[in-house]
Design a protein around this ligand. Structure first.
Ligand code: AMP
Ligand code: TRP
Length: 331
């Protein structure tokens, strides 16, 4: 029997992934590769919904591709490709935009969040229609499951609505996907400000562990993580967010459950605990960093891999696009 299909992607909108992306996305994707037919994209068309420098964007696409692979996405098994290399994404997004209500699109909370600072007048139309492009990504591949963080759940719900609406109006064309929302322990917080998610747009990067940070820098960031004065190593998201975050990071690195860590560290100080977390993160990330740098040292080979994967992706996507166009009376 064919394996169910998953689809997910990340934007090439920073110079490196951080530990939150690694635990919340990459680690999960790597595990899912065994049980699913997987498509993972680098969504550069989404990245340009806010201004990007062309040279920087090109570099960031390559870096993200290298980090996907270094983090364990196997390009021979999973289809790892760049969104803009497959023309069908933009084409299907247009078709879907014609069945999306303006009011429906206006209710997307991420657009409201992203424009809260600068105002909607200053935003591009592309930023507004971004969720429709995301729906096209997912529907082109007949994905059954879409693993995402909860900030993307509303976009996957929109995707479901659009798929159902299209199927009802034009005949069964698309698979209706389900979101798979990240488990709570897979959400990582800023080391300096453990009430906020670790994020690429943090004010300072002292609390953000970048996958490309040198190991000594990573260890230092973790040893300087904000904790509390109560001294006990136990999980309590409300009262002890810093310690809880470190416990969850350690669990993600070694697989040792939080309860076991609490028992093992009973009576010990924060110093020894932080050193162990730092060592575990460095042990996991140092090889990922090495491998990323190796892959980036040979951009021609990286580009060749991405081109081959884009071809595989296009075969699937073009067939779905043709189906959708025919159903709408366009071919
Ligand atoms: P972003 O960095 O917001 O583009 O997110 C890319 C992916 O990483 C999404 O699947 C997010 O859910 C995941 N992600 C981002 N930040 C975190 C975090 N702090 N903890 C866990 N997952 C995260
Ligand atoms: N919008 C997603 C994010 O910012 C990225 C994304 C684009 C995506 N297309 C997708 C995620 C399709 C899952 C499936 O994180």
């Amino acid at each position: 029997m064919a394996q169910p299909r998953i689809y997910s992607g990340m934007q090439p909108s920073s110079g490196s992934l951080h530990l939150g992306n690694y635990i919340g996305a990459l680690q999960q994707w790597r595990r899912m590769q065994d049980d699913y037919d997987a498509f993972f994209s680098i969504v550069d068309l989404h990245a340009i919904t806010v201004p990007q420098s062309p040279e920087v964007l090109r570099e960031q696409v390559r870096t993200l591709a290298a980090q996907y692979m270094a983090g364990g996405i196997d390009p021979d098994r999973s289809c790892l490709y760049v969104q803009s290399h497959v023309a069908a994404h933009a084409q299907l997004a247009w078709l879907l935009s014609t069945i999306t209500g303006f009011g429906e699109a206006s209710r997307m909370t991420q657009f409201k969040d992203k424009t809260a600072k600068g105002g909607q007048e200053a935003a591009s139309v592309g930023l507004f229609t971004y969720p429709i492009l995301m729906a096209a990504d997912i529907l082109l591949y007949d994905a059954d499951i879409v693993p995402v963080g909860d900030d993307q759940k509303q976009h996957v719900e929109l995707t479901r609505d659009l798929a159902e609406r299209f199927n009802k109006r034009f005949g069964k064309t698309f698979t209706v996907p389900k979101p798979q929302i990240l488990a709570d322990g897979a959400r990582i917080y800023d080391l300096q400000n453990p009430q906020s998610k670790m994020s690429k747009s943090a004010d300072t990067d002292k609390g953000v562990v970048w996958l490309l940070d040198e190991p000594t820098k990573t260890a230092k960031k973790i040893r300087s993580a904000v904790t509390d004065t109560d001294g006990a190593i136990r999980a309590d998201r409300e009262a002890k967010p810093g310690v809880t975050n470190l416990l969850e990071i350690l669990t993600a690195m070694t697989g040792e459950p939080v309860a076991a860590l609490e028992a093992r560290f009973e009576g010990q100080g924060y110093g020894a605990f932080k050193t162990e977390v730092a060592d575990a993160v460095v042990a996991e990330l140092a090889p990922v960093r090495e491998r990323t740098l190796e892959l980036l040292a040979d951009p021609a080979e990286l580009d060749r891999l991405l081109a081959a994967n884009a071809e595989r992706a296009a075969e699937v996507a073009d067939a779905t696009l043709a189906r959708a166009m025919e159903a709408m009376g366009l071919r």
